[in-house]
Design a protein around this ligand. Structure first.
Ligand SMILES: [Zn+2]
Length: 443
């Protein structure tokens, strides 16, 4: 259940072990990047998510992509880049733990006919948008894979650091089986609609996990219940047998990675948690019976309310097929209530959005929606320290502390007082730094 074995520093971090420096001239400058040696942010009010406090009059020293030191009056070498942030808030870059940058079009069935390189190019645009909103790390839970993450790490795409799980495991006719009922052949194109890999029975699910491990997955995503956007299942179904789920968790654990489970109802959530799933995604129809299962396992809850509200608007505008709109109506009302229940129970809640295609611009609205039931400090923890714990990246991301990646935002305003300052990044984000590289500087 924990970050298996040695966690962050284990073999799961192959593509992220070393900060990659952008040295090629054509990759510097054009997109706003600047390579840096040492940088010092001065006169900073540093936000500590765990304490929910600002520490004024601080400096943050950055070297080789990492935070070297935090404290008052830090100095550096003569050629250090000095950034006077004039008393503004300096906080860790945000983490969206449920994203789908590679689902680039609402017509996922049309995507079946597209070239993966074309899909990747459009995904690159989505990733760039996320970084511009202050997200420096994302967890891709469907469709994204090692090629996209590598393109970002090497600077060919501008975007957040990407933890990915490859294909989502689905039983035949399950939420990841996007074939129309009349279609027999399954398209194993890596991108949507083959967002899922279809596997039935213990040997097949073991092979499916091992295949994603082979491709570098940081986690395994499994459908524990039906979904809204799938053509042939019910949202209140459970999916996979206990034997299959145990085998999936066993294989993931063997590889020192964890399993994330898509589920709506407590019936599906509880059996997933009993089998050792580390995070529950969505959980809109969860009831109190799930709280003890979360507590016993230490699992994380990742609501994704904004995507349902965004889809609901599309449904009102007649842009969704009738069957999808009906399934949406089943889950939308429960979402905020489930969050409130989890919040009152003190469960570890993580920021996620589940947006795709042309809706990523709503990515920060999840803060606004959740603010109806959670105070700003909790919302910030969900997108920083608690998300880092889920991703097995404690101390690496989500904090302004020595040793962490230098993923820093300079914010006009104090999000601990008003979370909405984060929802206007064009105006309020004065600096976006990822791994020591400046993406945006309006200081
Ligand atoms: Zn999703």
């Amino acid at each position: 259940m924990a970050c298996a074995a040695s966690g962050v520093a284990s073999g799961l971090d192959v593509t992220h072990a070393m900060p990659v420096r952008i040295t090629s001239p054509q990759l510097t400058g054009e997109k706003g990047w600047q390579s840096m040696g040492v940088a010092i942010l001065r006169n900073a009010s540093v936000l500590d998510p765990e304490r929910g406090e600002l520490a004024e009059g601080q400096s943050v020293a950055v070297e080789d992509g990492r935070i070297a030191d935090v404290g008052p009056g830090l100095t550096g070498p003569d050629d250090a880049l000095i950034l006077d942030v004039a008393g503004r808030t300096v906080m860790p870059g945000l983490i969206d733990a449920h994203t789908h940058p590679a689902i680039v079009d609402a017509d996922v069935f049309a995507m079946a006919e597209w070239s993966p390189t074309y899909v990747a190019a459009r995904a690159g645009r989505a990733l760039e948008g996320m970084l511009s909103r202050g997200f420096t790390t994302i967890r891709d839970v469907g469709a994204g894979e090692h090629g996209l993450a590598r393109a970002v790490d090497e600077g060919f795409f501008t975007g957040p650091r990407m933890r990915f799980g490859g294909k989502q495991l689905s039983q035949t006719g399950g939420a990841g089986d996007w074939r129309a009922p009349s279609r027999r052949v399954y398209d194993d194109n890596y991108y949507a609609p083959a967002i899922g890999v279809i596997c039935d029975g213990v040997p097949e699910v073991r092979r499916a996990v091992r295949e994603e491990v082979r491709r570098g997955a940081h986690h395994i995503k499994v459908y524990l219940s039906g979904a809204v956007d799938s053509p042939s299942d019910r949202v209140d179904s459970t999916q996979f047998s206990i034997e299959e789920l145990n085998a999936i968790v066993e294989e993931a654990t063997a590889a020192n990675i964890y399993v994330a489970g898509h589920a709506y109802t407590s019936r599906a959530i509880n059996r997933g948690l009993e089998c050792g799933v580390r995070s529950i995604e969505h959980g809109n129809l969860m009831d109190e019976s799930s709280i003890p299962f979360f507590r016993a396992s230490g699992a994380f809850y990742v609501p994704t309310i904004v995507t349902y509200q965004t889809l609901a608007k599309k449904a009102r505008d007649g842009e969704l097929p009738a069957d999808i709109a009906d399934k949406l109506a089943e889950v939308i009302d429960g979402a905020l209530g489930a969050l409130e229940m989890a919040h009152k129970a003190g469960l570890p809640i993580v920021y996620g959005t589940d947006l795709f295609a042309d809706t990523h611009d709503q990515q920060l609205q999840e803060f606004v929606i959740r603010s109806e039931v959670q105070p700003p400090a909790d919302l910030i923890r969900a997108a920083t320290t608690t998300a880092a714990a889920l991703l097995c990246m404690v101390g690496q991301v989500g904090v302004v502390a020595p040793g962490a990646y230098a993923d820093l935002l300079v914010v006009d305003g104090n999000p601990l007082d008003d979370i909405r300052v984060l929802t206007a990044p064009d105006r309020n984000l004065k600096l976006i730094m990822k791994e020591g590289r400046v993406y945006k500087n309006e200081l």
